[in-house]
Design a protein around this ligand. Structure first.
Ligand SMILES: [Zn+2]
Length: 260
């Protein structure tokens, strides 16, 4: 078992958000709060960042709801969270992007030495939708393309990708978006399975199952959810959901300590 430290970094809180978008509700107007966060893995073979939060640059960001609802302080910026634990943006070797939505790729260009790993299906179909003006964050993609980032695409038929000792990428396939990546961390304190928005919250699982309103492919989402639940059981792993308010509050934050 390798000696890694895992930091949970808070990157802001979304308030007054429509709950039905994340968890199907009887009242479609019900609102709730959910966290935006990233995970830093400090590993002898290099530092890994899982996701890159949401930025709030009005020149780029076009999704009004995200800008209005996300409460993000200076401290919440990923680079400042890293600085709190003594790391610089150049220190990130791998950036694993769970999927290409604005609340996850926000600061992806800030890590000059990072290889950015993303699902090939996600990348391909999101770039197609961008070219066809089917996504509401065109300016973000203009910017991402201009940055000439060091992308590494994980093909759909590659279900797992071992990044380093005790750190494995899982390619969950389609569901919430075209291609979702997760991360398995084998820690001394127990395995963690980071699933990001493949499952937003524990409430989605039920019973009864409550799929998210924002869902690219419902059958894919259900298959992925069941796959994740079985995987977590087989690996005896704790699932870390993408936007679960209660679970996030219960986790040790990077300002308090780390998991190992
Ligand atoms: Zn998200």
């Amino acid at each position: 078992m390798s000696n890694m430290k895992v930091y949970v970094m808070a990157n802001g809180m979304n308030h007054n958000s429509i709950k039905n978008d994340l968890v199907s509700c009887d009242d479609p107007k019900e609102t709730f709060s959910f966290p935006s966060w990233t995970v830093l893995i400090q590993h002898p073979e290099g530092n890994v960042l899982f996701d890159a939060a949401a930025h709030q640059d009005p020149e780029r960001q076009q999704i009004k709801e995200i800008m209005e609802n996300l409460h993000m302080t200076e401290e919440d910026l990923p680079v400042n969270r890293l600085a709190q634990i003594g790391l610089k943006p150049e220190d990130i070797k791998y950036l694993v992007l769970s999927h290409m939505h604005p609340d996850h790729y926000g600061f992806v260009e800030e890590f000059p030495n990072a290889e950015i790993l993303v699902s090939e299906d996600e990348f391909t179909y999101m770039m197609r939708d961008y070219a066809l003006n089917r996504i509401p964050f065109t300016k973000d993609f203009d910017y991402l393309i201009k940055c000439r980032l060091n992308w590494k695409l994980i093909p759909g038929n590659q279900k797992t990708y071992k990044l380093m000792d005790g750190v494995t990428i899982y390619n969950f396939g389609k569901g919430h978006s075209y291609g979702m990546l997760g991360l398995l961390l084998e820690l001394k304190s127990g395995n963690k399975l980071l699933v990001s928005d493949a499952i937003y919250t524990a409430e989605n699982i039920g019973p009864p199952v409550r799929p998210p309103g924002i869902c690219r492919d419902l059958d894919g989402w259900l298959a992925t959810m069941n796959y994740i639940l079985q995987l977590a059981k087989d690996l005896q792993a704790e699932i870390w959901y993408g936007h679960d308010y209660d679970q996030f509050n219960s986790l040790i934050k990077s300002t308090e300590g780390y998991y190992e």
